[in-house]
Design a protein. Structure first.
Lengths: 696, 208
């Protein structure tokens, strides 16, 4: 066909009418295709609504100057979380579709074609990992970590914006794949040889390769950025062992990113070489070896699990110590446990393929190594419990998530120990038991943590608290939904139901699949109520303002500044005298004092490099997916040219004059002086203006 | 801390700006960290090469296609370029003379380009003997490892050109000093990787 349409091939590569979801649904109006076209329509309508809305409000200039080109770590953090929430919505809807399909498709073909179902589990997994979890945790770390260590920004602010641009480009590629073309059916791990040209010559695996590659390059840079920030930009007196635990988990996560993302980049690029240039890394013929892919992928894949979970551990540590009104129990043991987990995470990757042919001794080694990780994790769980012990626990929304996490995560850990025993793994591998297990780890170990962090730090970022009632409703739905949706999968797995099945023929599975399907809808309700909470909170923002900045009576430095914090974070960089930096300041009754003097502050200036590289990088990816070579080349040249042009820029800073700093801080301090300090039980009422009784 | 203590080895950023020294510390450290993650890439390419080495699929074997003489000359050229780059760094640090720095950078660039040209010639010859990456898993892994290094050297050459342009435009300012330092790390790093390539790929290929 390409030779017939040579002219159009040069221009638009292998795109044809049939590539569009709408056209496919027009020609073959089956329910499955109509659902696909509906999803495509949602993407198009969503994009048009955003473009139209911004134009209607006349906010393009504002969006460009204040957000897209901003290198402020706080704004970049917020943009990451926005991406995460958008992608979470899509991937959760996909999950509900899959649960519905499986609930219906017992002795029946259901509502989705097998191919559509394959695309759904591939996009669901890829999005949840690369475009929900990663942006969410990167966003939280971006926002909170520099404030916690007393820095004004990250070490490489422009690179931070580039990372965001590349991640956004990857997410956009995922979205485009709904409208034009089809996504991979090879799962989130994209195993060859199935994803090789010989079996999958369409665009699906290419979409997967380039979306993931964009994200992995962005994440590597993020890791470098965070690690250097923590090592080099801590304020005076902020020794490593005085850092809040969230900074420790951020540090370990960053180190894991630096070491674990390259294997992924390499694996996807080698797969790309196989597909595009007929190399033979992972093919069946001419000396290819797919086991090498499995090793490379999981050399990334297992540390990735801890990249995801560690930041949530950090959030829980902050939340539990704040709302148990106590210092964190066993701070040092928590730090060592975090480090131990980070190191051990590189020694267990083989447990992802116990059944793929290596000998029993190797399996035994990796099985034992896997179980070893349970030890530091156990230390952490006990530390959190002991932090609550004899504390005055306040059951706010983030705290509820923390408690639900402890219980649920331990259950998931137990099933992990089962899977770590190779003979047992042989029995349940590739069944829903495994699906239940990793959701049982990642939903409490990542999602609850991210939502808890979002609830906890939202008042810091936007200056008003989130609505408590809707927060509790949402929490109840997330927890009930989780248990309903995933506990049945353990049973089904033990009954032998394989994962990734579009249809099954065993009527005895049906009741469990129905319960799991119901759970899916409860989870959807949970997400909906999270958005309702946001809506309600924005409407009631005036009565929930916490401008003074310390709504939860917490002890880390981010609470020592106004909410939202000024652009420069700190008028003068704070000096830290012990652990729980701000807690110490409050104890000494030195909070909310004006600094001895105000000086000019140098901040990094806006840069267009991030959005330019994001757009150009996305264009390269799209061009490569569709064989639109000119687009790929132009995009690549723009990337290189932009970086070189950017390096000629010398005025990369702008100065905030001392007067402006004095005015900003003065305004905040006068409001702090007027505010009424509240005791802890009143923190969820509108009496809370962000000034805690302990500070006065 | 005084400005002296913060001074990073190898750069003189002037005497009166401790803040600059502090920034330099973070920027150079960041580059080290980047090199570390780049080293992971090379480590895995080496590992892949090791796995694929016996998988010649009836095609050319290492012994048949490697040109040890040519590889040895390339080694000498690249090592020499590392030496000339070192001279460039010394010119910046002790002589404070821009044209001397530029001269050494140009020499390094010439050696880098010569290295690339020789490698391309090698690949060209291999292609002529039907030793293409499409032929076997072994050759795929060879063409993943060695050209990745070449791509790095190419990047380094482009960087030298950009740096020369910036030296002309801005003189030896703080940013350029930092970039000379970082490019130096990059260049020497590529040297080390090449030594590993020479030993693991070419010398091992000889031993058959």
């Amino acid at each position: 066909m390409t030779s017939v349409h040579a002219w159009s091939y040069w221009l638009i590569g292998r795109i044809d009418w049939h590539s569009f979801a709408f056209v496919r649904a027009w020609r073959d109006p089956s329910l499955s295709e109509i659902i696909a076209a509906g999803a495509a329509a949602l993407v198009v309508i969503g994009a048009l609504a955003v473009i139209g809305g911004v134009t209607w409000l006349g906010k393009w200039r504002y969006l460009w100057k204040e957000w897209l080109t901003s290198v402020d770590h706080k704004k970049i953090g917020i943009m990451y979380v926005v991406i995460a929430l958008v992608m979470l919505t899509r991937a959760l809807i996909e999950a509900v579709l899959m649960r519905t399909q499986q609930a219906i498709a017992v002795n029946h073909s259901g509502i989705l074609s097998p191919e559509h179902f394959g695309q759904l589990f591939s996009t669901h997994g890829s999005i949840m990992i690369f475009f929900m979890a990663m942006p969410f945790l990167t966003g939280l770390i971006n926002y909170v970590m520099p404030l916690q260590i007393g820095a004004r920004d990250v070490a490489f602010p422009v690179m931070n914006s580039i990372s965001l641009g590349l991640t956004a480009a990857g997410a956009a590629i995922m979205m485009v794949s709904l409208v034009i073309g089809k996504f991979s059916t090879g799962g989130w791990s994209g195993y060859p040889p199935y994803t090789e040209m010989a079996f999958n010559s369409g665009v699906g695996p290419d979409y997967w390769i380039w979306a993931v590659t964009l994200s992995s390059i962005g994440t590597t840079m993020t890791g470098i950025n965070f690690a250097v920030t923590i090592y080099k930009l801590r304020t005076a007196g902020m020794h490593l062992f005085r850092m809040p635990l969230f900074c420790w988990t951020s540090l370990c996560t960053s180190i894991l990113m630096i070491f674990a993302m390259p294997p992924l980049t390499l694996a996807t690029l080698m797969l790309a070489l196989d597909r595009y240039l007929d190399f033979h890394f992972f093919t069946n013929d001419l000396g290819g070896n797919m086991m090498n892919y499995a090793n490379l992928f999981w050399l990334f894949g297992h540390p990735e699990v801890y990249i995801l979970i560690l930041p949530a551990f950090g959030v829980y540590s902050e939340v539990i110590s704040t709302f148990a009104t106590k210092q964190l129990y066993g701070y040092k043991s928590l730090v060592y446990a975090t480090m131990a987990i980070a190191v051990l995470s590189f020694t267990v990757w083989l447990h992802h393929f116990f059944t793929m042919g290596q000998n029993a001794n190797i399996n035994a080694f990796f099985g034992i190594a896997t179980m070893t990780i349970g030890i530091p994790t156990g230390v952490k769980v006990y530390d959190w419990i002991l932090t609550m012990y004899r504390g005055r626990v306040r059951f706010t929304v983030p705290m509820l998530y923390a408690i639900a996490f402890i219980v649920t995560f331990v259950i998931g850990g137990m099933s992990g120990i089962i899977l770590a025993i190779p003979p047992l793994d042989y029995v349940v591998h590739n069944t829903l038991f495994l699906v239940a297990h990793f959701h049982n780890m990642l939903i409490p170990g990542l999602l609850y943590g991210m939502i808890a962090g979002y609830q906890f730090w939202f008042p810091k970022a936007f200056g008003f608290r989130l609505d408590e009632r809707w927060g509790r409703i949402s929490f109840a739905c997330w927890v009930t939904g989780f248990y309903l949706a995933f506990m049945p999968l353990y049973v089904l797995g033990a009954m032998g139901m394989p994962r990734r099945m579009a249809a099954v023929f065993q009527p005895e599975y049906r009741p469990w699949l129905l319960i799991a399907g119901l759970g899916g809808f409860v989870l959807l309700a949970a997400l909906a109520s999270l958005f309702v909470q946001l809506w309600v909170s924005v409407r009631k923002r005036e009565e929930n303002r916490v401008f003074v900045g310390d709504p939860w009576d917490s002890r880390a430095l981010e609470w020592s500044v106004s909410a939202p914090p000024p652009e420069f974070n700190f008028a003068t960089l704070p000096e830290v005298r012990g652990p729980d930096a701000f807690g110490g300041v409050k104890e000494r009754k030195q909070a909310y004092l004006p600094p001895p003097r105000y000086g000019d502050i140098e901040m990094p200036a806006n840069s267009t490099l991030g959005p330019v590289l994001g757009i150009a990088g996305g264009a390269v990816a799209f061009g490569l997916v569709w064989y639109i070579w000119w687009l790929a080349i132009v995009g690549m040249l723009i990337c290189i040219g932009a970086v070189i042009a950017g390096s000629f820029r010398r005025d990369t800073h702008r100065t905030i004059p001392a007067d402006e700093v004095a005015e900003t801080i003065g305004h905040w301090l006068s409001r702090a002086a007027e505010a009424r300090a509240i005791p802890r039980p009143l923190e969820t009422t509108s009496a809370n203006q962000g000034l805690a009784e302990s500070a006065t | 801390m005084s400005a002296n203590e913060l001074k990073h080895a190898g750069i003189n950023l002037g005497h009166a700006d401790p803040l600059l020294h502090e920034r330099a510390g973070a920027e150079v450290f960041g580059f080290w960290v980047f090199l570390m993650s780049d080293a992971v890439i090379f480590a895995l390419l080496f590992a892949t090469y090791g796995v694929m080495l016996p998988r010649t699929a009836g095609g050319p074997t290492p012994h048949e296609v490697y040109e040890i003489k040519s590889a040895f000359t390339e080694t000498l050229v690249l090592l020499l370029s590392s030496f000339t780059y070192g001279m460039a760094s010394l010119a910046m640090k002790y002589e404070h003379r821009q044209h001397r720095l530029q001269q050494w950078l140009v020499v390094t660039l010439a050696l880098g380009l010569a290295f690339i040209a020789m490698e391309i010639h090698d690949f060209w010859k291999m292609f002529g003997e039907n030793a293409t990456p499409q032929r076997s898993g072994f050759l795929s892994s060879f063409y993943a490892l060695v050209p990745t290094h070449m791509l790095h050297v190419t990047t380094g050459c482009i960087w030298i050109v950009v740096l020369l342009a910036q030296l002309r435009r801005f003189g030896i300012d703080a940013r350029n000093k930092l970039n000379v330092l970082r490019l130096g790390l990059f260049w020497h790093f590529l040297d080390i990787v090449w030594v590993a390539i020479f030993s693991v790929v070419y010398l091992q290929g000889l031993a058959k």
